[in-house]
Ligand binder design. Sequence first.
Ligand code: DAH
Length: 364
Amino acid sequence: MELSHLPPEILEAQREFPAALAACADLDALMRLKGAFVGRDGSHAARLMEQLKAAPKERKKDLGATVNALKNQWEEALKLRQGELERERTRAAALAKAWDPELPPPLPPQGALHPLNRLMDRMVEVFRPLGYHVEEGPEAETESFNFDGLNIPPDHPARGSADTFFFQGQADLLLRTHTSPVQVRVLRRIGARGADGVSELERRGGIRFLAPGRVYRKDEIDPTHSPMFHQVEGMIVGKGIGMHHLKGTLSYAMKALFGPAADVRFRPSYFPFVEPGAEMDVRCPLCGGSGCRVCKGSGWVELLGAGLLHPNILTMAGIDPGIWSGFAFGMGVERTAMMVSQTPDLRLFFENDQRFLRTMGGLD
Ligand code: DAH
């Protein structure tokens, strides 16, 4: 190929071509170089073709041969480099996906506590510094612990088979309808006098406990009802315990649970095992009290039942209500969880769809 009669800028470009080609680090750079050398408009090759057209007839043949040879050479070299860069890209992609021996091994999927268990654990942590420990009772309970020991009269509607799951063929056995029977079990245990004539209650000077757990009621499943749900029972027995302790303790606990701005109110209510009895509402965390869907426009959400221990409860457990007094409360866990996490449908807690469980941000 005789190049000497080509214009100087083409000679210069031809000299630099190999280095420019080698410097193309990726396909984008290569395409730019390709455009500059053999592209249809404005490239070195395009300009040579124009010069060829304008050349005197007698020079056309030689010049044409040179121009073609040069163009072919460029195209050939560009194609080779393109092949190299494409192979490099494929290899890099495969490497990126491949196992890297320097990385720690991938972790298997990790399990986590269910949001309802996390909430119950948090309740326990809130009360632990106040001296409350955890007590448990069986879910298959007797009528005597679930109702009689709690001063619930034999004709009370909740005792009917319309509301309560009874075991077939085992007259006295049922699925507990609340966590309150744990109160009766603990009171009987700590009220019983040992061989030395001293009860655990007297030895300790009182008792405080929480009893979180499952309870059962014959309810149809809907967005706010389930035949199985959770409660956290709490109880304190001591000397001189009054309504002011109940209110102070629960207000404190709600602030610890929901934040310092949490506001509570108590309304008189009736439960056979307390006197006086109350229901406690918290100011709706969703609307701040102005009224919304969650609080049904009232600005408040009912969270628990509570009251001062009825003297009969203590007497039945062998504890003298003239010396000892106390308070108890029972909180609905699902209701609290729904409120905190703004979950509109209770069933989500039991379906165990991981997409829901993972985004329970409000309960973290
Ligand atoms: N056991 C009651 C229920 O399930 C809740 C309750 C009310 C528990 C008052 C208590 C209490 O300890 O004092 O509806």
